[in-house]
Ligand binder design. Structure first.
Ligand code: MF3
Ligand code: CO
Length: 291
């Protein structure tokens, strides 16, 4: 139960503006959807102007670190090299890699090759070879604000089959992004992503999804890419989250490595691709925070 705010009281978002000039209309729309039984975002997930500014600054750094990896990644480098680049570039830009020591994760970045779906741990023993597809997943903390994005890289000559998986995964995220607007639903994004994957004979990972982000690394909502249009949380201005489907060439089923507790692999050993972008819903659409 929210405490009733007077129209001339300061808005709950912390903007300092009067409620009637700030989130008053917003709350009315949320209430209309809530009474229809929809899942609506709670206030604590709605970022204010100041928070959005900080999250954007974090996102710019995160994207710059990904660009740096893109410029340097090639056959023969190790995933440990990528980890070193990410750590040093992030620190050089005045930020901190969010994965480092996150729930015990030992490195600054996740590097996931071929049948590794996500959360691969960089190692000096893993050398990139011709034909590999690798996801590099980078997350940044800057002035307490979080950002998160990942890209696929094709190392040298990659088979037609794997290249297509990477391209369709990229395309699915573009289609998902086009669905992000106020008063849509998270399921609108999932629907277009899973449709494209299925049309191409691929599957979508079910147990791992995207997440709210901004003031913490992983906030609500949890974001599925296998749900239906018009379902899941209502999208509202100020809601910030990731779009990061994992698309598999074979089965959707996955296993987590029992030894390291992190590395997630496809159950059938076939390749998997992922693309991650971070977005925020705006008054008239959305903005990409990091890509
Ligand atoms: N970057 C991942 C994500 O997209 C999270 C990885 S958690 C870590 O949510 F500890 F493995 F880094
Ligand atoms: Co993420």
């Amino acid at each position: 139960m929210e405490i009733k705010i007077g129209r001339n009281d300061p808005c709950w978002c912390g903007s300092g503006k009067k409620y009637k000039k700030c989130h008053c209309d917003f709350d009315e729309i949320i209430e209309e959807h809530r009474v229809l039984g929809e899942i609506v975002p709670p206030r604590e997930l709605i970022k204010n102007k100041e928070q959005i500014k900080g999250i954007k600054e974090s996102g710019v750094i995160n994207t710059a670190v990904l660009d740096y990896v893109a410029e340097n990644i090639k056959v023969g480098c190790t995933t440990e090299d990528i980890d070193k680049w990410v750590y040093s570039k992030t620190v050089e830009l005045g930020a901190v890699p969010a994965p480092l020591n996150y729930e015990g994760f030992p490195k600054s970045v996740c590097t996931s090759i071929d049948n590794v779906v996500c959360h691969g741990i960089p190692s000096p023993d893993v050398v990139l070879k011709e034909g590999d597809i690798i996801n590099v997943d980078i997350s940044t903390i800057y002035k307490g604000y979080f950002s998160d994005a990942s890209r696929m890289f094709c190392i040298g000559n990659v088979s037609e089959e794997k290249r297509k998986l990477v391209e369709i995964t990229e395309k699915s995220v573009e289609l998902g992004l086009a669905q992000v607007k106020p008063w849509g639903h998270l399921g609108d994004i999932a629907q277009v992503i899973k449709d494209l994957a299925h049309e191409n004979g691929y599957t979508v990972v079910r147990e791992i999804g995207g997440h709210g982000i901004g003031l913490e690394f992983h906030e609500d909502p949890w974001v599925s890419y296998v749900t239906n249009k018009g379902t899941d949380m209502l999208l509202a201005p100020g809601l910030c989250f990731t779009i990061e489907p994992m698309i598999n060439m074979g089965t959707h089923r996955i296993n987590t490595d029992k030894e390291d507790g992190w590395t997630v692999r496809t159950a059938d050993g076939k390749p998997s691709a992922q693309r991650e972008i971070q977005v925020i819903v705006t008054d008239d659409g959305c903005e990409v925070i990091s890509h």
